[in-house]
Each structure stands twice: as C-alpha cells, then as structure tokens.
Design a protein around this ligand. Structure first.
Ligand code: SUG
Length: 456
C-alpha cells in the first residue's frame, strides 16, 4: 500500500493565479534577474493568461486537482489617489503618467498572478484546531506587491468561507521587520498529504539584533523574508517547535538572484529537491528535518558542479511543481527554459530521473510570458492541501473543469490585448477594459464582491 492510498481523502489543490489584463514588463523587482533584464519589453497579456490556463488544464487533465484565483484590480487608482493624485480617473492616470511614471507602472503590475506569494497555508492535519489556516503575505518589500494583500485577503475569505473548516489570520505588520512573501519561502514535508507535516520556513535575514548578533545577510539584493515573519506565521497557525524548522537562505544565493527560496528548492511529501547553495547551513537544516519528520527524508541535492547558481536562476529548474501520483511516484513540472539549458536538461535526465528518488516524470510547460518577470510554474500556484470535506466546503466556482476552462479562455480572448508596452499603461481605455473584464470574471467565478470597485 502506498502512502497516498492511506490518505486518498486529502489532495493538494494548486490554486493558480490568472494573469491579469495589465501584464507588462516594468522592471519593478530588485534582485529578480528576469524582471530587471526584461524591463521595457512589449508584453502579451493574452498569451500570458492563455499560457497559465494551458498549464492549469494540463495538470487538471493529468488528474491533479486544480484551482484558480482571480487577478487584482489594476491599475490601482485608489493607490494613486492615496498618494495625492486627484480628479477624474482619466486625470489621475494622466497626471501619474506625466509626473510619476514609476508609480503608474507599479499600480498597473499584474504581479498577483504569482500566488505562491499570496499567503502561507497550513493544512488541517497540522493545525491544533483541525482547520486550514491562511495568512496573506504583506509583500512589503516592494510597493507594487504591497498593494496586493487587502484584495488577496478578501478573495481567500470569499473562497475559503466556511468558519468550520478555514481560519484566516491578519496580514503581518507591513514593516521591514516582518517582511513576508508567503508560501514561496515555506515548504511542508510529510509522508503523504493527509499525514502530519514538518514546516520548513526559509528566511533571508533576521530583523532584530544588532552588530554581530544581527547575523549574515545578503550584500547586493534585499532579503525579502525575515525569521521574525516566518516565526509569527507559524505562531498564528498554532505550529509548535516539534513541527517547524527555520533555516536561513544562503546570502550568496540571494545576491545571485535567488529572491525566494522557491527559486532554489522545492519539496513534496518526504522529498526535498534543492541546490547545494540553498541554505546557509545545509547539514544543520537536513539534520533538523530528519529529526522532526516522522518519515525518512529523501533529500535530492543538486551540486554547483552539475548546475551553477547562474543556470539555476536562468532556467528556474527549482521553480518547478513537484506533484504526488497515486502510485507513490512524483512528477516534476518544469518551465521550458530548463529544456534550453544543456547542463540543466542533462541533470534532469541523469541525476533526477535516473536517481534513487520518487521523481519519475518530467513535464515541460511554456510559461515564458510569466518567466520574463521571474515567475515560473511554482510561482504561479498556491498549494492548499484539502480533505474531501474541505474541498466540498469551498465557495465560488474556482475548481477547474472543462467547462470553466473553456469559459475562462473565451473570457481572455474577449477582453485581453495581445500587446502591451509600458507606455500603454497610461491609456484610460486599458483601465476601462480591465474593469469590464474583472466585473465579468467575478460573476463567472461566483465570488461576490471582492474588488474595490465593487465595494463602493
Ligand atoms: O515578486 N516579479 C515577481 C515575481 C514573483 C515570483 N514568485 C515566486 N518566486 N514565488 C517578484 O519579484 C516583476 C514585475 C515587473 O517587473 O513588472 C515582479 O514583481
């Protein structure tokens, strides 16, 4: 009997973010090499949304439960008004475009597509009260992403509505000490999805402490997750020391462009696939995981001599989805860029597929539009382990099936542009198109009022 047979009731549902109609390349993310190098490129929002939907459909058809989360209201004119721009919507847009183009770019970002940063989730199997716990991430490291948590919280509360099954916690204080980027820095390891897990939280720096007590931190790029933020999330969710491991990310990796742990590590069940530069203290991290995990850990280590840090960042090998199959094997969903990199492709064949580990299949998905902003397959999804009862308690129409997929594709075809340059963001018509699309989408997904324009 495989471990998944024992827990057929629990499944991991991947909630992918739908790419919004304002998807563009604004070079907003310091430390994210793809975002910094593709600034100014003409984006194709329609293709981006369809690539995301194609990935969702492929995984749904392969038997993995697939959910969808809506994009956010952009441009965020409310944010511009809060910064002193007044008058009609057209006037606010025109003034921002003229006086503060970087603010306009920030309030237009479709960054909510990367739902791995939307929240941290603890399955009911691990929480003392037997509910699934959510904390939306404050994303305070950058202004464009700091605009997400309020709507994220409303969307999560609308979908995971049942108090009996789901618990929602407040966003952590949006200040550098509690800088939180959500599930991208959190990995749950376990024997099988429904069995108790150990939570690995990876942080980039410690916020409190001075001088030598402050510890090491990256020198070039910001560390987006603090130890104190991760500890607070674990506390909110009722997790105790015996089920948590806090490990510092290697600062040299952050300085090489690994702005989240999910750019250098992915775990599923008892498997931890990681690059040797993922953790500051690799051995201590593995030892503590082994110590706390009720099942033998299966570390799959990729050394620098097989894949350099630069190739890991360029190919996004580790920003893959590692998915459990009913026979106990696992499937790794990698971005197309892995196929284009010789050392990465060879490592996938010779080291991962041929090695002694459950990874039995590699599936390649083209999410290039998102990749150019530093978002691979794993960034695009929020993992939520749910029992059959919890899945039945979901509100809204968010679990993908053939019909929903077809409606979403038609919706994208109707509303999205196939060309968007940064200069187009000032076009008032784009704002109107985006609102019309979201109004229709929230009805399609049966979510009620989640957007600022619907709340009045
Ligand atoms: O926060 N890029 C995102 C990418 C997030 C990827 N998520 C995970 N690794 N889980 C970020 O850096 C770029 C937007 C722009 O430049 O237009 C951006 O925000």
């Amino acid at each position: 009997m495989t471990s998944d047979d024992r827990n057929t009731d629990y499944r991991e549902v991947n909630f992918d973010g739908l790419v919004g109609p304002t998807h563009n390349y604004s070079g907003l993310a310091l430390g994210n090499v793809a975002s910094m190098t593709h600034e100014g490129l003409v984006a194709n929002p329609k293709e981006a949304a369809l690539q995301g939907l194609a990935k969702m459909k492929a995984l749904m058809e392969a038997g993995y439960p697939q959910g969808v989360l809506p994009p956010q209201q952009r441009p965020d004119l409310g944010a511009l008004r809060a910064l002193g721009f007044t008058g009609s919507d057209e006037r606010v847009l025109a003034r921002a475009a003229g006086e503060a183009p970087s603010l306009l770019r920030a309030v237009c970002s479709a960054s909510s597509m990367w739902t791995a940063n939307a929240a941290t989730v603890t399955p009911s199997a691990d929480a003392p009260d037997g509910r699934v716990h959510f904390t939306p991430a404050n994303l305070q490291s950058s202004f464009h992403r700091f605009l997400e948590p309020a709507t994220t919280a409303r969307v999560l509360a609308a979908i995971f509505r049942s108090d009996a099954h789901f618990a929602h916690h407040p966003v952590l204080p949006a200040t550098p000490a509690f800088s939180d980027e959500g599930a991208a820095n959190h990995t749950r390891l376990c024997a099988a999805h429904g069995e108790p897990g150990v939570h690995l939280y990876v942080y980039g720096r410690e916020a409190f402490g001075w001088g030598s007590e402050a510890g090491v931190a990256p020198k070039r790029y910001p560390a987006r997750q603090t130890l104190e933020a991760s500890q607070a999330v674990a506390r909110q969710h009722g997790l105790t020391e015996s089920h948590t491991v806090f490990a510092q990310q290697h600062p040299d990796a952050i300085d090489a462009g690994v702005f989240h742990n999910d750019v250098i590590c992915v775990g599923n069940g008892p498997v931890l696939l990681y690059h040797e530069m993922a953790f500051l203290d690799e051995q201590a991290t593995l030892d503590e995981l082994r110590d706390k995990l009720a099942t033998p850990l299966i570390p799959v280590r990729v050394p620098s001599e097989a894949v350099s840090l630069a190739d890991a960042v360029g190919s996004y090998l580790f920003n893959s989805q590692l998915l459990s199959n009913p026979d106990g094997s696992m499937t790794l969903v990698v971005p197309g860029e892995c196929q284009e990199n010789e050392s990465v492709w060879r490592t996938l064949q010779d080291h991962l597929l041929a090695g002694h580990n459950p990874i039995a299949e590699v599936v390649v998905k083209d999410v290039k539009q998102s990749m150019r902003n530093g978002g691979g397959p794993a960034c695009l999804r929020l993992r939520v382990v749910l029992s059959a009862e919890e899945r039945a308690a979901l509100a809204g129409r968010v679990l993908l099936d053939e019909a929903l997929y077809a409606e979403l594709v038609a919706w994208v075809e109707r509303h999205y542009r196939d060309r968007l340059a940064p200069a187009d963001l000032a076009d008032p018509q784009l704002a109107a198109e985006s609102l019309a699309a979201l109004d229709e989408l929230s009805r399609l997904l049966e979510l009620g009022s989640v957007y600022p324009f619907q709340l009045g």
